[in-house]
Design a protein around this ligand. Structure first.
Ligand SMILES: NC(=O)CC[C@H](N)C(=O)O
Length: 303
């Protein structure tokens, strides 16, 4: 089998040569200015070694990928009670869709669509001040990644808040159904801030180690919870593109609108890829392409 150190630079060259970079998200003005022609990839193997290529040292907005970390924290705090407030089914709809929320009386389909992540964030917030909940989230991510050099970009959070009408609509809808403990602006303030965490692909691949379940990698949650988080990433991690991602890549993954994807090869590896241009589902165009090639070349699949 070819080694990662041979595959990753070749994959990066291939991605850079492909003229279709997709389109960056524009609804968060601060993200609209990011140069789409960037590509980075990092893989941490079960032995702890990290292999990277391309723009692997550039920090980017991880956005919805943080929903995996907040879900892990919410489950740690509340256990199965969380599932009274949010479901575990794929939504088959865009990440920011509101229609299902009305039809299903304010219980979001899963924790990875925006409505579900707002509920999860609300659970993590509890009765605390947003600053305390955010400190816990950032600490969890730093601990997982094994570095303190991970921060929230306040400008990105403010930019999203200023234009966050849809997320405000979702939060108010949740509140109208009695599924929000805190005032919408408090929960959303916390949500926008954790989405605005920035990482490099190296840091993100390191942070994903806690989902791999390998003896040499840090253990932060139980093996059973690792399997369950991976199951949700597989079924819901790419919104209405989750089926397509499972078909093409065959691994649990979570995307963010900043163009990052965290994918897990259970017991084998944590993979982070970043390219800011998105496909029609709002998932990284080249990130998905690169993962499909890498998974095939390494024979990595859960199927
Ligand atoms: N898909 C995403 O990454 C969406 C996250 C973004 N913060 C939002 O709420 O719209």
């Amino acid at each position: 089998m070819p080694t990662l150190d041979a595959i990753l630079p070749r994959l990066t060259d291939e991605m850079r040569a492909d003229p279709d970079w997709g389109a960056v998200a524009t609804y968060i003005p601060e993200l609209a200015g990011v140069d789409p022609e960037q590509f980075g990839i990092s893989v941490v193997l079960a032995d702890g070694t990290c292999h990277s290529a391309g723009d692997c040292d550039t920090q980017f907005s991880v956005q919805s990928i943080t929903k995996v970390f907040t879900l892990a924290i919410a489950l740690g705090r509340s256990g199965d009670q969380l599932w009274e407030r949010v479901g575990r089914e794929p939504s088959g709809r865009a990440f920011n869709s509101i229609v299902q929320l009305e039809q299903e009386q304010g219980r979001p389909r899963n924790p990875f669509i925006n409505a579900g992540a707002i509920v999860t964030t609300d659970e993590v917030l509890g009765t605390r001040a947003p600053r305390d909940a955010l400190a816990e989230i950032v600490q969890f991510v730093r601990h997982a990644a094994g570095t303190d050099d991970i921060h929230i970009n306040e400008t990105v959070a403010a930019s999203e808040n200023a234009y966050g009408h849809r997320n405000y609509a979702l939060a108010h809808f949740l509140a109208s159904f009695g599924n929000l403990l805190n005032a919408p602006e408090l929960t959303l303030g916390t949500y926008f801030h954790h989405c605005a965490i920035e990482m490099t692909t190296k840091q993100l691949a390191m942070a994903g180690r806690f989902l791999v379940d390998a003896p040499a990698l840090p253990r932060m949650i139980s093996p059973q919870r690792i399997r369950r988080l991976n199951a949700l990433m597989m079924t819901c991690g790419h919104y209405d593109g989750s089926g397509d991602f499972a078909y093409r890549v065959g691994l649990p993954g979570k995307s963010g609108v900043g163009g990052g994807i965290l994918a897990i090869v259970p017991n084998v590896a944590s993979i982070a890829v970043w390219s800011p241009g998105l496909n029609r589902y709002g998932n990284s165009l080249k990130g998905t392409k690169a993962l499909a090639i890498l998974a095939r070349e390494m024979s990595w699949s859960v199927f």
